[in-house]
Each structure stands twice: as C-alpha cells, then as structure tokens.
Write a protein that binds this ligand. Sequence first.
Ligand SMILES: Nc1ncnc2c1ncn2[C@@H]1O[C@H](COP(=O)(O)OP(=O)(O)O)[C@@H](O)[C@H]1O
Ligand SMILES: [Mg+2]
Length: 291
Amino acid sequence: MCELPLPRKPCERIKRNSLILHLSSLKWEALNSQPDRYHGKSLKMNSTTTPESGAETAAVILHNVNKIYRLDSVDVPALTDVNLLVRPNRFTVLSGASGSGKTTLLNIMGCIDNANTGHILVAGEEVQKLSDDALSDFRAKNIGFIFQNFNLLPVLTAFENIEYPMIMAKVPPAKRKRRVEKLLNAVGLSDRAKNRPGQLSGGQRQRVAVARALACKPQLVLADEPTANLDSQTGTAIIQLMRHMQRAYHISFIFSSHDPKVLAAADDTLFIQDGRITSVKRCDDLAETSV
Ligand SMILES: Nc1ncnc2c1ncn2[C@@H]1O[C@H](COP(=O)(O)OP(=O)(O)O)[C@@H](O)[C@H]1O
Ligand SMILES: [Mg+2]
C-alpha cells in the first residue's frame, strides 16, 4: 500500500490504511492502467472493518463499460470506455449535455439496463454475476430511484406510494407504517398523506418520490434530472431536501443534471460528453482531474 496524503476535509473520515481509501484516492489514470487490482472481492469492505472505523466501500465502480444501442440496424454508441469510481456517502452529480449518456449511465449503475462490455460493481457487489431474481432482490434492497417525471402511481395516495416498495420487499405492516410516517415527516408532507399525486404540486410529488426512494433504506439513490420539471424555486428546495436526506441517512446519491444549482450542491462532479467521462471534480480536490 502506498502512502497517501491525509484527507483535507472533515468529510474525509477514511483511514489511511484502508484499501478503499487507496481506491478512492486514485487518479483515474491509475484505475485505467491497473484495473485488475480494483475488482472482485478485494473491493468489498474488509469483514473485520466496521463502518465506524471509517473504511468505506465504493458506491459504484465501472471498468471499461461500453453501451451501444441498436436502432433500425444502426449502432448508436451511448457509452464508450467508461472508467469510474463513485465514492460512497457523497452527493455526486453527473453533468453533461442532452444526449451525452447520463440516463444510460444511471440505468446501468441502477442495474435496470445492461452494458455490452465492461465490469460493474455496485455497493461492492459484482452485479453482472447475479441471477435475474438475485439482481431484482439486490436492486430492491440497495438502490432507490428518483425520476424527472416523478413516476408515482396515480391511483395510490402519497402514503401508499411510499409504502409500495416496502410491500414488494415484504416489510411487515406495522414497520411499514412507522417508516412511511417518518419519511412523510422528513419530507414535510405529513398533512398530505392521503392525497393522490394528482392532488399534489410538482414539488410535493417529487418530495413523495424522494421519500419513496428512501423507503427500503437503500445504500444508493439514483436521480435522473430530478429538478428538470420543476420551477427554479421548487427545484432549489428539492435539492436542499435531497442534500439533507443524503447526509441524514448516510446514503450515496448520484444525480444527473446540467442545472447549475445542482452542480453547486455536489461533493463530487462527473463530467460526461458524447458517452465518455471527460473529467472528475471531487470535494477534496484542488482542481478538476482530466481523464
Ligand atoms: N433506447 C435507445 N435506442 C437508441 N438510442 C438510444 C436509446 N436511448 C438512448 N439512446 C441514444 O444514446 C445516447 C445517450 O442517450 P441518453 O443516455 O438518454 O443521454 P442523456 O440522458 O444525457 O440525454 C443518445 O445519442 C441517445 O439518442
Ligand atoms: Mg437523460
């Protein structure tokens, strides 16, 4: 293990002797040139290490990921040679123009789409090795999603929308009720529990979606342009809420956005252009790192 500089900010509570620190401090070039060192079980948290000791598992690692869509017998490359390490417990923004590959990348990180080539680790799990059933189970337990158009079920109330993923995960009713009430309170909607989405404003719907994403206590929340359909003021309030929830629940949040307000709230920013990660900016970096 090479010697590494001590963390510069309080958010860097990682121990020097941790492999994960080694990983999360690497420059992208190193990840590219020595990929085999950063794969497989070695990326998982050491079984003797507790979270309190400060060691962390990377939220997501992608190695040489490529995604090509086939449209009317034409190949459309959406992601090209993506190498990424997303740090855990951070508010990470994926920034890029429309068509740059943000949604595709989030879908692959969220295990709702497959890459054509490459290796993918989510919360330390080699997700490509899981069977369909095991992958569904992994996704339900570990990943929450927030969408641009909220994707709430229109016939269910706010309470029921938040409860729904817990029913799928077979959480007992009394526990579900306690969790929904806590989340409704956390997103400021306790008095709207019985409202259906059609009876809520856009901002309130997105608050319900934030609560739903957190229902099963995921390790990772993925949000695809969550403020795109909201006015500026409401969008700012939603970002603040998400930032608060990310810190309060110690979750890794990854957002796609080109909204300057979202970028300003980020710990780490990943810049994507034409399906390639072009640079990475981290909260403890003095400058952006070009890939
Ligand atoms: N289902 C699809 N079939 C064919 N091409 C697609 C499909 N989804 C996305 N693409 C193409 O892949 C590229 C990346 O798209 P996307 O990930 O949606 O970008 P973004 O979210 O940054 O706007 C674009 O060129 C887009 O046209
Ligand atoms: Mg998109």
